[in-house]
Design a binder for this molecule. Structure first.
Ligand SMILES: CCCCCCCCCC(=O)SCCNC(=O)CCNC(=O)[C@H](O)C(C)(C)COP(=O)(O)OP(=O)(O)OC[C@H]1O[C@@H](n2cnc3c(N)ncnc32)[C@H](O)[C@@H]1OP(=O)(O)O
Length: 147
């Protein structure tokens, strides 16, 4: 696994995101790491992010985890393909399927893979696991910000 998180390579002006900005003291500060041929993010949500049924996670938080990790996956995949430094991608399209209720209280693992890289546009497929259980999947289209 690469030691440096993708989000720690974002330029300062793009490091303020609620989900993954290292400079957002009130945010989740998610970290994503390239591992093998995919990108991995691990996070244990706090219990107040419940969706209303105690012990289960709010769907909006699930989408947020997928969203930010998808952006990091796109940035890493594009950088690996082009040989250029990590750049910032933003979400153009986000589709989430909630497969099983997601428990709170255990570490979640989100796995991302780029399925297509076409110029500034990267398509990413994601899976969110609680232990061995696949709880959600995502499909995203991300666009590289222009310089
Ligand atoms: C400068 C700072 C801007 C920061 C924006 C706020 C981001 C904050 C971080 C997040 O929270 S990300 C989640 C929220 N996302 C956004 O707020 C993004 C809002 N949308 C945009 O800013 C623009 O629509 C976007 C940058 C995504 C694309 O605009 P561009 O003018 O740069 O790209 P363009 O329209 O040329 O499209 C590039 C390619 O992406 C494709 N594309 C764009 N939007 C799409 C879409 N929605 N679905 C599918 N494909 C899409 C488009 O067809 C094209 O494909 P091709 O190259 O194959 O022709």
């Amino acid at each position: 696994m690469c030691d440096t998180a993708i989000q720690d390579l974002y330029a300062e002006e793009f490091a303020n995101c609620f989900g993954c900005g290292r400079n957002n003291q009130h945010g989740l500060q998610l970290k994503s790491h390239w591992q093998g041929d995919e990108c991995i993010c691990r996070h244990t949500p706090k219990s107040h992010y419940t969706g209303g049924v105690p012990g289960f996670l709010y769907g909006g938080m699930i989408a947020s985890l997928i969203d930010c990790h998808g952006a990091a996956t796109a940035a890493a995949a594009k950088s690996r393909e082009s040989g250029e430094p990590i750049s910032r991608f933003v979400t153009a399209s986000l589709n989430v399927d909630f497969v099983k209720p997601t428990p709170i209280g255990i570490e979640l693992e989100i796995r991302g893979k780029a399925t297509e890289i076409k110029n500034r546009k990267v398509t990413v497929a994601l899976q969110l696991f609680a232990g061995e259980t696949l709880c959600a999947t995502g499909k995203m289209i991300l666009v590289q910000l222009k310089n």
